[in-house]
Design a binder for this molecule. Structure first.
Ligand code: PHE
Length: 453
């Protein structure tokens, strides 16, 4: 407890780690199919507005709370909020970290498993979509396959977080993120050079406004939140390791830029290939694990590109999962005086166990449902649709109304003096978005996901 708190070794290290948290399954698995189902470029435009008007302001707030308090979410809200209600908002973040990682790691495990499947050449045997679907269903139906890979994925995340902020998370991100960017560029080039790629580009770049409804806006906002890792203190915790010379605004913009870029590139890589091989783009969540293997079967060089693709997906998932684990670990290290080693091993283990019923939701426990949702679906629903938006809502309210700009601004100014002096309209815009737009919009999403309208 008395040891000095760790810090990132460099600004770049923080940007890559935070971008690593943001860039994950949400970008590569979810974004392309959600955009594909909801009007292509029309969705993307609405999504970009949500990112700028709500995502970025909340992201900046989280980093700011973290840097000001140098603490995990619970400690941060205790220091600034000084009452039980705000502390419980921090605690909700830590609990969300537990739950999200438990199901996230299961999907991360599928991705790891698909690297093995791809390498063994299984994908080249698929004659049609049914064979690819049947293969996926049989894999996730196998408890041993799914739990072992979940264990492997958790072990990798645990190993990185054990190394600490600088030698684990930062070093890992500095190696993995550039690799991710390179693989992404290779896949985009492959996609663009396939015959018939323009149909895929058309699909994502051509706005189909008729497919847009009020619901689309809500989906876009929910996606903006999940993809930027907002609402549960991951960015707050990472922000607690930055120094006073960092410009929080500039960092926020860079993180958002990288996250959005990767989501768009994933869309290009996937849809050019899907269209060029004549597959169905609208296959929803199954797009990556069911449609893509068949796409690789039909594509020149598909063997190599399939391995690269699942490597990319796995890297993206790992750099997100370490940020989820770090939230839990930081709480036990800062607040309970645990050693990092004990916290990582114990809570990594508990999260692994919590993930077992998620893994079994696709086989043994598939009939074990509450309100029609399996354990896996429930974990996803409760966190993505309720806890994250609720957390984001209160973070915006906290900074704008409770803590107040007067107390918040001095720290924000550190490292961002030039903005305050020359471009103060940016600060004003941030204040207005956070005070009025973010809470109202988030509340609408929340009420919608609760089925109020
Ligand atoms: N942002 C990650 C993704 O897009 C998911 C995530 C959510 C990570 C919340 C950390 C905290 O996949």
């Amino acid at each position: 407890m008395n040891q000095p708190r760790e810090q990132w070794a460099s600004k770049l290290g923080f940007i890559l780690a935070a971008a690593g948290s943001a860039i994950g399954l949400g970008n590569i698995w979810k974004f392309p199919y959600v955009a594909g189902e909801n009007g292509g470029a029309a969705f993307i435009i609405i999504y970009l507005i949500c990112i700028l008007v709500i995502g970025l302001p909340v992201l900046i707030s989280e980093i700011l709370i973290g840097r000001t308090t140098q603490s995990n979410p619970v400690g941060a809200f205790r220091a600034l909020g000084k009452n039980k209600f705000w502390i419980s908002i921090g605690a909700m973040g830590v609990i969300a970290g537990f739950i999200i990682l438990s199901f996230y790691s299961v999907v991360g495990g599928w991705s790891l498993g698909y690297i093995i499947e791809a390498s063994s050449g299984v994908f080249s045997n698929f004659s049609d979509g049914n064979a690819a679907n049947a293969h996926f269903v049989s894999l996730i139906g196998n408890p041993v396959w799914i739990i072992s890979l979940h264990a492997l994925f958790m072990t990798i995340s645990v190993a990185i977080v054990l190394g600490g902020v600088q030698k684990g998370i930062e070093k890992g991100s500095k190696f993995l993120m550039p690799l991710l960017f390179i693989i992404m560029i290779v896949l985009v080039l492959r996609g663009l050079t396939l015959e018939g790629a323009e149909k895929g580009l058309d699909f994502i770049l051509n706005p189909r406004w008729d497919q847009i409804s009020a619901e689309t806006v809500l989906v876009a906002l929910g996606q903006a939140f999940f993809t930027l890792s907002l609402g549960m203190g991951a960015m707050l915790t990472y922000g607690s390791y930055i120094s006073d010379s960092d410009n929080i605004f500039a960092s926020g913009v860079q993180i958002v830029f990288l996250d959005t870029l990767i989501a768009l590139l994933a869309g290009v890589a996937i849809f050019t290939a899907v269209f060029a091989t004549g597959q169905n783009p609208g296959s929803g969540p199954g797009l990556i694990f069911q449609t893509l293997p068949l796409v690789f079967t039909k594509m020149p060089g598909g063997y190599l590109f399939s391995i690269l693709f699942f490597l990319l997906l796995t890297i993206a998932a790992i750099t997100s999962s370490i940020s989820l684990l770090e939230v839990v670990v930081a709480y036990f290290v800062d607040d309970k005086g645990w050693s990092r080693k004990n916290a990582v091993l114990v809570f990594g283990g508990i999260i692994f166990i919590l993930g077992i019923p998620c893994a079994l939701s696709f086989n043994i426990l598939s009939d074990f449902t509450l309100l029609g949702l399996t354990w896996f679906d429930m974990s996803d629903y409760v966190t993505s649709n309720l806890m994250l938006p609720l957390g984001g809502f209160f973070i915006a309210i906290f900074v704008a109304y409770f803590w107040g700009y007067q107390r918040a601004l001095p720290n924000l100014r550190n490292g961002a003096e030039i903005l305050f002096e020359k471009y103060s309209w940016i600060i004003t815009a941030w204040k207005i978005f956070l005070k009025y737009f973010s809470p109202v919009m988030i509340l609408l999403v929340l009420l919608h996901s609760l089925g109020v309208f």
